[in-house]
Ligand binder design. Structure first.
Ligand code: C5P
Length: 313
């Protein structure tokens, strides 16, 4: 086997965006424990950066205001991404990964998945592998359901457990405010609560009980035409009742953003970050201030999407 030519750079840095799910339709539990999804992802302009530097042994460090909330050992999805890529190529994962964290931690914005996608691309280039995109996307899917989208960015429909991506056309820029909550929510716990609520209301939670989820044509058309009002009307998150059940105070955050003039409000993914679709950058600034002043969240961030996926900087 010919050895790949190692990159001459000592450090490779990759920037990677957060996501919001503009449609998250959750089907029943599959035999493998995952839920079938129709998951319309939009990447938004909040970014983590991951730097990969040659080292004598694996090392992971994190900076940023919430660094203390991020696991800094081998369980971190970025470290697992480096280990997976190294194992696939018979290399040692001797790399120092540094995550500069700006995406809310355990917030329903795929921050951990973003770091994994970024680590994969950074290590691939540092080690001179230059793997084809399709090969990296397959590794992303092994790491987690949201990791392929974090790698790809833009907008996409995720089917299966969310990893089978179809890129979507977006005909404009959508403006958003994200209200960051105190503390995170565990994604498995939110899916379990979704199942519990379905059982409690007599719907059932298995794949036989819940209709096969499908992308909304109205929502896809709204993305295609860049129509914020139409997108606002079509936003949907089946995990929202479960997130609200586990964190009832989020209802107040959602109401505060709507009262301040947001076009629509929803929980981002499994939460607890709340997402507000707004008309323009000025209203984004105003609504972010109103949310912060209300004390119903830890802070609010104004941004826009779609944003590009994992990119070398
Ligand atoms: O794929 P990932 O490891 O990110 O998923 C985290 C957890 O979220 C899974 O272990 C599962 O509990 C839940 N999940 C799910 N159905 C999906 C995606 C995630 O039940 N489609």
């Amino acid at each position: 086997m010919t050895q790949p030519a190692a990159s001459t750079a000592d450090t490779v840095t990759v920037r990677v965006p957060a996501k919001v799910n503009v449609q998250l339709s959750v089907g029943g539990v599959r035999p493998d424990g995952f839920h079938g999804l129709a998951n319309v992802f939009l990447a938004v302009g909040l970014y983590d950066s991951v730097s990969a530097t040659r080292a004598d042994a694996p090392l992971l460090t994190v900076s940023g205001p919430d660094a203390a909330l991020v696991p800094q050992d081998r369980t971190n999805l970025a470290a697992r991404a480096a280990a997976l890529l190294a194992a696939r190529h018979g290399l040692a994962a001797d790399v120092h990964l540094h995550i500069a964290k700006d995406i809310p931690v355990a917030g329903g914005m795929a921050g951990g998945s973003a770091d994994a996608a970024a680590a994969l691309l950074a290590c691939d280039r540092l080690w001179g592998l230059d793997s084809p995109r399709e090969e990296l996307l397959e590794l992303c899917a092994e790491l987690g359901s949201d990791v392929p989208f974090s790698f790809a960015g833009g907008a996409a429909l995720g089917e299966g457990r969310g990893e089978l991506l179809t890129p979507l056309e977006v005909g404009g820029t959508f403006h958003w405010v994200f209200a960051v909550a105190d503390g995170g929510l565990s994604t498995p716990a939110v899916y379990r609560e979704c199942d519990r609520l379905r059982e409690a209301t007599g719907t059932g939670s298995s794949a036989a009980d819940v209709p096969e989820p499908a992308a909304s044509q109205e929502l896809l058309a709204a993305l295609r035409t860049g129509d914020a009002a139409a997108l606002a009307a079509a936003l949907r998150n089946d995990l929202q009742p479960a997130a609200l059940s586990l964190r009832p105070s989020l209802a107040e955050t959602l109401e505060t953003g709507l009262a301040a003039g947001a076009l629509a409000a929803l929980v981002s993914g499994s939460g607890p970050t709340c997402a507000f679709l707004v008309a323009d950058p000025d209203s984004a600034t105003r609504i972010a201030h109103a949310l912060t002043a209300s004390g119903t969240c830890r802070g609010a961030r104004a941004t826009a999407g779609p944003a590009p996926g994992a990119s070398l900087v």
